[in-house]
Design a protein around this ligand. Structure first.
Ligand SMILES: Cc1cc2nc3c(=O)[nH]c(=O)nc-3n(C[C@H](O)[C@H](O)[C@H](O)COP(=O)(O)OP(=O)(O)OC[C@H]3O[C@@H](n4cnc5c(N)ncnc54)[C@H](O)[C@@H]3O)c2cc1C
Length: 288
């Protein structure tokens, strides 16, 4: 199918892009990699009056370390993240999750900002942002604001961005040296969206569990931090029994829906299986 008619703008600066969004009073859409937006337009599920293309704003693409965080310009391509030495060294969970995102041509065009702003509950990046206690920087006519991940994702495909704001930066807390990590997911075919995905980060202090972060994708309307499961590990350590108990608790904590891809019960079952798998593998990952 073809998209409906729209005005097209390709500003060369962020301020111009914000001005254009304001001019259309909420009836314009930002175009990043187009990997989610173009299908929505072609199916006529979205009919904006205009597209504001960010692809001619080079200052929106970068990966840098600052203040204990790794910061990504919104237009950083997923493929650049896949090969970034900074990502590999400081937020390797994100690097691992990236390999689950679609196929190579999709990652070549798709951006981190687009994935986070699109807020598909099955997507990998929103789950990783939540697990790494990240935040985003939104810029609009009223200036800039920083929004933490749990306040950003509101429900299916809905964030706290206003229609005249642009997500300009994504920030993730650098992982502690020595932390283990794993991203596990189940999808029907490689490259499909996850039916359920689990992001896990763990750090040991002798026999103790010094840190546990667990987040489920695809098991509710937003990425779900599995705090009750984390607490089991933090109190009981990382024994097989504790991992088993945490995985059961993870399945109880999620509120998945039934849809054409899977039933709620199946998603709950997958949450337990994948939590156990992710924790077990995270424990085996050693980093210097
Ligand atoms: C076949 C296929 C398989 C895929 N599989 C996966 C998968 O397994 N996992 C996964 O996570 N994704 C998957 N995707 C989606 C892909 O990762 C997209 O790249 C991503 O969802 C959106 O990023 P984008 O840069 O393409 O954004 P776009 O499609 O350009 O934009 C998406 C939405 O975000 C808004 N937006 C984009 N950038 C900004 C910004 N800076 N500020 C404010 N709003 C913004 C747009 O207006 C639009 O509403 C798949 C896509 C396809 C076509």
């Amino acid at each position: 199918m073809k998209p409906p008619k729209f005005d097209y703008h390709a500003p060369a600066a962020i301020e111009q892009a914000i001005e254009l969004l304001g001019r259309y009073g909420g009836d314009a859409k930002v175009l990043a990699g187009g990997q989610s937006l173009m299908p929505l337009l072609n199916f006529r599920l979205s009919r904006p009056a205009a597209l504001v293309d960010l692809n001619r704003i080079p200052s929106l693409a970068y990966i840098r370390e600052q203040a204990g965080q790794v910061r990504f310009g919104a237009m950083t391509r997923q493929r650049a993240i896949e090969f970034s030495p900074v990502v590999r060294a400081r937020v390797p969970l994100l690097g691992e999750a990236t390999r689950w995102v679609g196929h190579l041509p999709i990652r070549t065009r798709g951006t981190i900002g687009g994935s986070i702003a699109h807020a598909d509950p099955s997507a990998e990046y929103p789950a990783v942002l939540t697990a790494l206690e990240g935040e985003v920087v939104a810029r609009g006519p009223r200036g800039e604001r920083i929004v933490k991940a749990p306040d950003f994702f509101q429900t299916y495909l809905t964030t706290s961005l206003t229609p005249d704001e642009i997500l300009v930066e994504v920030r993730m807390r650098a992982m502690p040296a020595g932390a283990g990590y794993a991203f596990e997911e189940f999808a029907r075919r490689h490259g499909d969206f996850a039916i359920v995905g689990i992001a896990a980060v763990v750090a040991k202090d002798g026999a103790r569990c010094a840190l546990a972060r667990l987040v489920a994708a695809g098991a509710g309307p937003v990425p779900t931090r599995l705090r009750a499961a984390e607490e089991i590990l933090e109190h009981e350590g990382l024994s097989d029994a504790a991992i088993e108990a945490a995985s059961r608790r993870a399945a109880e904590a999620v509120s998945p829906d039934t849809d054409i891809h899977a039933s709620a019960d199946y998603r709950r079952h997958l949450t337990a299986v994948l939590t156990k798998r992710a924790l077990t593998r995270a424990l085996g990952v050693t980093r210097v």
